[in-house]
Design a protein around this ligand. Structure first.
Ligand code: CU
Length: 106
């Protein structure tokens, strides 16, 4: 019982002690004129990608490794929370010529 209490205290204090961990960020990638816009630098695990579709067409943001698949009707936006580090190639399932690569750091 005592051990459980100590453990709970240690866990609750952990975020205060690990001051180096940055807060998650939201990065935007704009889709316009049948292209994915610039992929932002400095994307890390835990961050969110906000996909903004400015086109009059439906698009998707679909990871080739299956880690996300966001449907993006015309003029709409959608979000992906990144859970794994690495290079993630993505494309649009409706227009396979639309491609990009996200680099996700730890
Ligand atoms: Cu598309």
């Amino acid at each position: 019982m005592r051990r459980a209490i100590v453990c709970a205290i240690a866990m609750s204090a952990a975020p205060l002690l690990s001051g180096a961990a940055p807060a998650p960020k939201v990065h935007s990638i704009v889709i316009d004129k049948m292209r994915f816009g610039a992929v932002p630098p400095g994307v890390r695990v835990g961050d969110t990608i906000l996909w903004i579709n400015k086109d009059l067409f439906r698009h998707s943001a679909t990871a080739r490794n299956g880690s996300f698949n966001v449907d993006l009707p015309a003029g709409k936006s959608g979000r992906t929370v990144l859970r794994r580090a690495g290079n993630i190639a993505f494309y649009c399932i409706y227009h396979p010529g639309m491609t990009g690569t996200l680099t996700v750091g730890r």
